[in-house]
Every structure is written in structure tokens, then in C-alpha cells.
Design a protein around this ligand. Structure first.
Ligand SMILES: C[S@@+](CC[C@H](N)C(=O)[O-])C[C@H]1O[C@@H](n2cnc3c(N)ncnc32)[C@H](O)[C@@H]1O
Length: 302
């Protein structure tokens, strides 16, 4: 019998089935960015903790330099798989795979770097923010400061109004969509520039409630019927080069309940709110997008 937390976890997709991990391993954009960031952040001899290890791949990257890696995973199937894979990879013996809940686990000693990839677009569904907040509180209580370096260090989130095609061979279905970044989709028209609505710095306390209200200047005429959500994860800050190693999640596009005709130069007032780790429908239901009338527009630009 599943308890309440487990039921919610299954519903929200917190525990990703084994076959989905293959997709994550195949995602070169994700893999390459994490490999580079871990290579940069983990110094020779470092102690590393990974929360939500899955196949163990990120712990494996860390183990190439670290002296010890604690890899925590809750799904027993993945614990077995990670142990199997690490046993056949170089330096896998430096990784200890621990079957535990990341909300409870603390390593037996202070660590230099914490890797956590429980990331969904907008920090929805998966418990990245909650797990990191819980970890910081418990770590400081047990070991005192300073906190380890977090990987990712930060996340930047933005929203962008779209006209989105929802016809599938004549079947009209306004439905949540995920799109690869860097691909031009003929059915997608960007009506304005993305507006940044949240910047999370994981080294600081992060609020679980995410709420935004702001305006967007429409650049193209069309029917505004969807909002795209963009999440860029700053995996590491490379200070020597004044650069960052980033990973951009797939775009998530949510249909709007009430489409609006817009013209170039219109000002759109947008508001939404959700809880980090919350469901996609909870965000979708909260989105308000309405045109500011001419009079208000003049005042806004004055
Ligand atoms: C998005 S996957 C990432 C897996 C791996 N780190 C990678 O990058 O390929 C997130 C992993 O976190 C695990 N997970 C989710 N919640 C957890 C928790 N509370 N404690 C430990 N592991 C958890 C999931 O089972 C899943 O394997």
C-alpha cells in the first residue's frame, strides 16, 4: 500500500521509470553540459554528493576527479542499475550508491560539491527546489558552513507569448507540448521576446512560491493562444573565463484558455503563479494574459 507521499510522487513523475533514463543518457545537450560542468567544478580529491543519481552517470563523471562520491537514489530499480553500471566503468569504485530518500540523507562527512538533477521546465513536477532547500537546512545544522558548491548553481526562467498551431491531421487539440530548443517549428510564431520571471540562486534560500506579474510588448500580429516556458540552468560559473556552462531544458508550451488577437505594439499584461515541484495543470490554470487598453498603455509607457 503506497503512502500519501508515494502516491503524489508517482502522480507527479518524481520517480522516473528505468526506460526513460535511456532518453536522458541519449540527450547529448544535457549530457555534454553536465560532463563539462562537473569536470570544471570537481577538483582532484574532492568529496561529492549526488542527490537523485539515476543510472549513476553524473556520479561517474564526478568520480574521474573526486576521491569519494556519495550517490543517493530512492528508486530501488535505479539503485541496482547504477551499481551494475558503475562496476563496469573506470573509477566506478569511488562511487558509493546509497538507497535513500534525498529528503533525509546527509553524507557522513562534509562535501565540496553537490550535484542534483531533478529538474523539469519551470522547476515543476520534480522536487529540485524542495530537495535542495531541505539539504541546505540539514547540512548547515550538522556540519555548519560553508555550504558546498551546488551544481547547478542557478536557474533562469522566462515566459514567451506564442501563436501555436494545435491541429493534428484535422484534429484540433490545444495540449501541453515540449519542443527541442534551437529548432524552428513552422507551427510556432513567437509574438514577443521572452520575459525573465524568476532567477534562482541555489546557494541562497529559494522561495517555493513562484509568482510573476508583468508586461510584454507584442512584436508581431497574431492570435495569442499559448505561453512558452523556458528554463536555463546555470550548471557552473567559470570565473576564469567570465563564462557559464548552461543547460537549456526543452521548451514547454501551455495552451491558454482564452486566445486573444494581438497587434504589433500592443502591451500584454501577464500573470501566473505556481509552487516549485507543483503540477503543470496548476501553472496552466493560473495563467492570465490580457491586453492593456490604449489609455493604460500610454500611462505604462509614460
Ligand atoms: C531526472 S533523474 C536524473 C538522474 C541522473 N542524475 C541523470 O542525470 O541521469 C532524477 C532522479 O532522481 C531520483 N529521485 C527523485 N526523487 C528522489 C528522492 N527523494 N530521493 C532520492 N532520489 C530521488 C529519481 O528516481 C531519478 O532517478
Amino acid at each position: 500500500m503506497l503512502n500519501e507521499r508515494e502516491i503524489e510522487s508517482c502522480y507527479l513523475g518524481q520517480f522516473i521509470p528505468v526506460h526513460y533514463h535511456h532518453n536522458m543518457l541519449m540527450d547529448q545537450n544535457r549530457m555534454h553540459s553536465f560532463k563539462s560542468a562537473i569536470h570544471y567544478a570537481v577538483r582532484p580529491g574532492a568529496r561529492v554528493l549526488e542527490l537523485g543519481g539515476g543510472t549513476g552517470v553524473l556520479s561517474f563523471f564526478a568520480a574521474q576527479q573526486a576521491s569519494r562520491v556519495y550517490c543517493v537514489e530512492y528508486n530501488p530499480d535505479m539503485v541496482r542499475e547504477a551499481r551494475r553500471f558503475l562496476a563496469i566503468n573506470p573509477n566506478g569504485h569511488r562511487v558509493e550508491v546509497i538507497h535513500a530518500d534525498a529528503f533525509d540523507y546527509l553524507p557522513p562527512e562534509p562535501v565540496d560539491v553537490v550535484i542534483c538533477e531533478m529538474i523539469h521546465v519551470g522547476m515543476l513536477r520534480e522536487k529540485q527546489v524542495e530537495v535542495m532547500e531541505s539539504f541546505k537546512r540539514r547540512y548547515l545544522a550538522r556540519f555548519g558552513g560553508p555550504l558546498p558548491v551546488f551544481l547547478p548553481e542557478a536557474a533562469i526562467m522566462a515566459a514567451q507569448p506564442l501563436e501555436q498551431e494545435y491541429d493534428f491531421e484535422g484534429f484540433h487539440a490545444p495540449i501541453v507540448q515540449f519542443q527541442e530548443t534551437g529548432v524552428v517549428y513552422p507551427g510556432t510564431v513567437e509574438l514577443a521576446q521572452p520575459a525573465v520571471y524568476s532567477i534562482m540562486d541555489f546557494s541562497q534560500p529559494v522561495d517555493m512560491q513562484i509568482a510573476w506579474e508583468g508586461s510584454m510588448l507584442i512584436e508581431k500580429a497574431g492570435t495569442l493562444n499559448a505561453m512558452r516556458f523556458i528554463t536555463k540552468n546555470v550548471l557552473a560559473v567559470v570565473q576564469e573565463q567570465s563564462a557559464t556552462i548552461d543547460w537549456l531544458n526543452h521548451y514547454m508550451t501551455l495552451p491558454l484558455a482564452n486566445p486573444v488577437r494581438v497587434q504589433a505594439g500592443d502591451l500584454l499584461r501577464v500573470a501566473f503563479h505556481y509552487r516549485a515541484g507543483g503540477s503543470i495543470p496548476s501553472l496552466q490554470a493560473s495563467i492570465r494574459a490580457e491586453l492593456v487598453n490604449q489609455h493604460q498603455q500610454m500611462a505604462a509607457f509614460a
